[in-house]
Design a protein around this ligand. Structure first.
Ligand code: FAD
Length: 495
């Protein structure tokens, strides 16, 4: 063909948190990386509430932590929930102990347009060739492997580039993910719709929780309330998909109506006008369905971030999974480019760990929804552990194997269902103990499922802070690999 062609070690499709992370982490090992992004940054994105592992783990490993710290984002100590049996809001704090000051037990609430631009600029600075305004239309592959991509440039010109690895980090709307593992598997349990917009201010929770995300369950579903700046609050409602048509017809009225139906949030917004500055002047609607894939890689291609999987946003796990998955993929790619370990072993490590992390959040989120009781509500009645269907349970067992539950004997939907109920009971007990926060220890950490869901994030943070985990890492499974000292590659354990 007469199309101009260029070759790279790695081509990354999409410049969100997943793409910026994987591209920077590969460039830091001296490889040639091209990142192709459809839009021109800064661009709008939803997903504003972060977890500590992204900030103190991944961002530190990449060397962008100071930049993020200087941006002036709202510090987030945890979440406040009006959720469960108790009418009073309760806190879910990142700190192991509510009284001890731990310098890394916070995250940020971010304007994604600014946060994502910081990560992408950093990738550029460490050597990634970033081309914005370029849309990837297809991948180039033969029987053996994926070998490159085709894209359309800003002037409509068609281009091709070849690479040893192509990373799909093009998010929820990815067109190329079916090249790995075919169609997505959609959850039946988490199929909601979200309608969201912004207010030019709003009351804040009492100190020290003013920066917390506030999530309030109400009859129709739940609402997030995220303090982005003193004069900017993100407010979104997550409701049953049966409301989709009415919401699409008139998003603003639907959004206002849902806020009015939730007294806890309505009260915080009394007399506060809707934001008028772009891009916050619009009310947006998004399908909020959870999904995963049967495979996350094939020779020459890897999926990360929303291109790979997505799980309900109530625990703010999206950007964590995107940056964590991006880092795992970079470790495998860096190894594959050096050729010191076999490719299938390197990518099996990526896939096992990523699935496990996704599975833990998925499992925990089912029990989190189960916590809320509302006998009159269609939404909440349909979101009980006992309502998780057999098909979904089977898919779920396949997805995470025994790993998510720590029980390798999990063989079918029956035991998985029992396991989910046990997780839900365990978490509910911990939440019931929360009113005695006089304790030195945060009672949520007495819940095994709660601890497990944040365990990998903690290891990631220790790596960022101390240059390695506090205890030598053990492989996740026999024959498994562990992270190198710089956190950017896989090595044999004990090396
Ligand atoms: P994205 O951020 O979507 O980035 C993908 C990039 O790829 C985009 O910049 C896009 O322009 C580009 N792209 C797409 N197609 C192409 C193409 N063909 N060629 C080139 N480039 C392309 N997460 C949280 O952490 N906290 C939250 O509070 C939270 N709330 C959420 C609320 C809702 C209602 C929803 C739906 C999600 C929420 N999330 C949240 C999830 C979060 O939005 C995502 O998980 C996160 O943005 C994923 O990052 P990513 O890098 O994978 O994808």
């Amino acid at each position: 063909s007469d199309k101009p062609r260029q070759d790279f070690d790695v081509i990354v499709v999409g410049g969100g948190p997943a793409g910026a992370t994987v591209s920077a982490a590969v460039a830091l090992h001296g490889h040639r990386v091209l990142l192709v992004e459809k839009e021109t940054f800064p661009r709008y994105q939803i997903g504003e509430s972060l977890l500590p592992s992204t900030v103190h783990g991944v961002c530190r490993i990449l060397g962008v932590e100071d930049e993020v710290a200087k941006a002036g984002f709202t510090p987030k100590r945890g979440g406040t929930f009006r959720w469960g049996r108790n009418r009073d809001p309760w806190q879910f704090s990142f700190a192991l102990s509510p009284r001890l000051a731990d310098p890394t037990s916070f995250a940020y609430q971010v304007e994604r347009s600014r946060f994502d631009a910081i990560l992408l600029d950093h990738a550029r600075r460490v050597g990634v060739e970033v081309r914005e305004g370029c849309r990837v239309t297809d991948v180039i592959a033969d029987e053996q492997r994926v070998r490159g991509v085709r894209w359309v440039g800003p002037g409509g010109e068609i281009r091709e580039a070849g690479a040893r690895y192509v990373v799909d980090a093009s998010g929820n709307g990815s067109r190329i993910h079916p090249h790995v593992g075919g169609k997505r598997t959609y959850s039946d349990f988490f199929r909601n719709i979200a309608v969201f917009g912004y207010f030019a201010g709003g009351a804040r929770l009492p100190a020290p929780n003013a920066g917390n995300i506030f999530c309030a369950a109400f009859e129709e579903g739940w609402i997030w309330y995220i303090p982005l700046r003193d004069d900017l609050t993100s407010v979104g409602a997550v409701v049953a998909r049966e409301n989709a048509e009415a919401i699409q017809r008139d998003p603003v009225t639907a959004w206002r109506g849902l806020i009015d139906a939730c007294p806890e949030v309505r009260g915080l917004l009394d007399g506060v006008p809707q934001a008028t500055e772009p891009p916050y002047d619009r009310v947006r609607v998004r399908k909020d369905w959870s999904y995963w894939k049967s495979r996350l890689w094939r020779p020459g291609m890897v999926l990360v971030g929303d291109a790979a999987c997505f799980v309900d946003p109530v625990l703010s796990s999206g950007v964590h999974l995107a940056t964590y998955g991006g880092l795992l993929a970079a470790r495998s790619i860096n190894g594959g480019l050096t050729g010191l370990l076999p490719e299938d072993r390197l990518f099996a490590e990526f896939e096992t760990r990523y699935r496990r992390e996704y599975g833990l959040f998925h499992e925990f989120l089912v029990s989190f929804y189960d916590l809320h009781q509302d006998e009159r509500s269609y939404f909440w009645q349909a979101r009980k552990v006992t309502d998780v269907g057999t098909t979904e349970l089977e898919a779920f067992v396949e997805l995470v194997g025994g790993l998510a539950s720590g029980d390798t004997s999990l063989g079918g939907a029956g035991p998985a269902g029992a396991r989910l109920s046990a997780v839900a009971d365990d978490f509910e007990r911990a939440v019931r103990r929360l009113p005695d926060v006089g304790d030195l220890r945060n009672p949520l950490y007495e819940s095994e499922s709660f601890r497990r869901v944040f365990q990998e994030g903690t290891v990631m943070q220790e790596r960022g802070l101390f240059g390695g985990p506090l205890e030598p890492e053990t492989p996740l499974r026999p024959g498994g690999l562990v992270a190198s000292d710089d956190g950017l590659a896989w090595v044999e354990p004990g090396r």
